[in-house]
Design a protein around this ligand. Structure first.
Ligand code: GDP
Length: 424
């Protein structure tokens, strides 16, 4: 069984908690895109861990974890993340962690360039996490990337790195007038942070094909949501990788395998971090209350997230591009305070209501059409069965299910592992 768990919205849908919940049913958990630009918080008996690069299965001793070729890996960050876990007692060995030889290394100059470009853009910035993700993916497609497997061949790596650093400095010094990148520094950095991870590097395609043949259960976990996808998201306010389920086999090293299942994670209301069009956005006291109830503040920065009602147009689009065949609706408990629950049912553009997710300027000018459903006005966080949910909450779930045309299998009603209801 090959299952992808992906985000339907703008990210922060609660994928971490669903992956954590469902991981017990899988033998292998794979990350197939992105870098350390987002994170999951996983809590277990050893403590609370923020995972930016390692797959979520790393905290379960029986699970093998794979970091696929679609990822970009800052090895200093990985070294530190692994260090934090191992010093807390988590065992990480080449048996339970496999890193693709074809994943691209996110170098210190990528992080520097990310910051330089955001600063240059000023008020027009993209809202980058400044972790080097856009520059490193650009280099991948410029064929100027360094791959994890290159670490195993130091002599050819040295030669290649020299040419790349010379080329980088044309931009760093010439375009941004910033201090030169020193080749020796880059070599030292690679040497220091690669020592402990060389044994983990392998052809993940061979490993995953064997595993699939042996009927192992494989879960592909995505970072961010459909609306941040490089092709289908709110470009240019997107991530730089494909966050879409159908990319999972490619970004893992098994383009020959087909997914058997795609579970989309969708929030019961909307949130969006950073810049870009966000049609359903609420403002003022109404927004402040929802933000407070949902604790919608950036995990790293504490920055308030933008919030709004559930967005039918964006979510149906997200379900479609993800090819989700079932959904988990998260954070339903957060809406319990509302007398009437707002839903953005369409976008008004130039006096017309549209139901398909629009492009460019049309999206920028879209105004939300908001309708209201009855609220349930009671605590649903203790509900564990459909029969325990209030009628209005069930009506809300059914309404959304119909609107996005995909069945909702799980509804989460709290942050803890057991705080959820299976719907069917
Ligand atoms: P991800 O980036 O998609 O993995 O989302 P996060 O891991 O950032 O999850 C968002 C936050 O919501 C986390 O702090 C979770 O603990 C919390 N959370 C997830 N599901 C629920 C839920 O059903 N109810 C409540 N109240 N909080 C939840």
């Amino acid at each position: 069984m090959l299952t992808a768990i992906v985000g339907i919205n703008w990210g922060d849908e609660g994928k971490g908690r669903m992956v954590d919940l469902l991981a017990s049913e899988y033998d292998i958990v794979v990350r197939y895109q992105g870098g350390n630009n987002a994170g999951h918080t996983v809590v277990n008996h050893l403590g609370k861990f923020i995972l930016n690069l390692l797959p979520s299965g790393i905290l379960r001793p029986e699970v093998t974890n794979v970091m696929g070729n679609g990822m970009v890996i800052d090895i200093e960050h990985l070294y530190n993340e692994m260090g934090r876990l191992t010093s807390a007692g988590v065992k990480i060995t080449p048996e339970n962690l496999k890193i693709s030889d074809k994943a691209i290394i996110c170098m210190p100059y990528h992080v520097i360039l990310d910051g330089l470009e955001e600063d240059r853009l000023g008020d027009a910035k993209y809202g980058s996490t400044r972790r080097g993700i856009a520059p490193v993916y650009s280099d991948k497609y410029m064929k100027k990337g360094i791959r994890m497997g290159d670490l195993l061949y130091p002599e050819s790596l040295k030669k290649r790195l020299k040419g790349i650093v010379d080329w980088k400095n044309l931009t760093v010094e010439g375009v941004y007038n910033a201090p030169k990148i020193e080749y020796e520094d880059m070599l030292d950095w690679l040497d220091k942070y690669s020592k402990d991870i060389k044994d983990f590097i392998c052809d993940t395609g061979i490993y995953l094909n064997e595993a699939a043949k042996a009927n192992k259960k494989i879960m592909f976990e995505a970072q961010l949501g459909a609306l941040r996808d490089i092709d289908f998201g709110i470009y240019p306010f997107t991530s730089s990788s494909s966050t879409i389920a159908s990319y999972a086999p490619i970004g893992s090293g098994v383009p020959n395998l087909k997914l058997s299942n795609t579970i989309g994670i969708m929030k019961a209301y909307s949130t969006c971090v950073g810049e870009g069009p966000f049609t359903a956005e609420m403002f003022g006291d109404e927004a402040e209350r929802l933000r407070k109830e949902g604790f919608e503040y950036g995990a790293a920065t504490g920055r308030p997230r933008r919030v709004g009602p559930f967005d039918v147009v964006a979510s149906r689009y997200g379900v479609r591009v993800q090819g989700a065949n079932e959904l988990a609706l998260t954070k339903l408990d957060v809406l319990s305070y509302m007398d009437k629950v707002p839903v953005c049912t369409g976008y008004e553009i130039n006096g017309q209501v549209v139901n398909e997710f629009p492009f460019g300027e049309l999206l920028d000018n879209a105004k939300p059409v908001v309708e209201y459903l009855d609220g349930w006005k009671c605590d649903v966080s203790k509900c564990r069965k459909v029969s325990e949910l209030p009628k209005e909450a069930i009506d809300y779930i059914k309404y959304i299910e119909k609107a996005v045309d995909c069945r909702i299998k799980y509804v989460s009603v709290g942050p803890e592992r057991e705080d959820y209801v299976t719907m069917h």
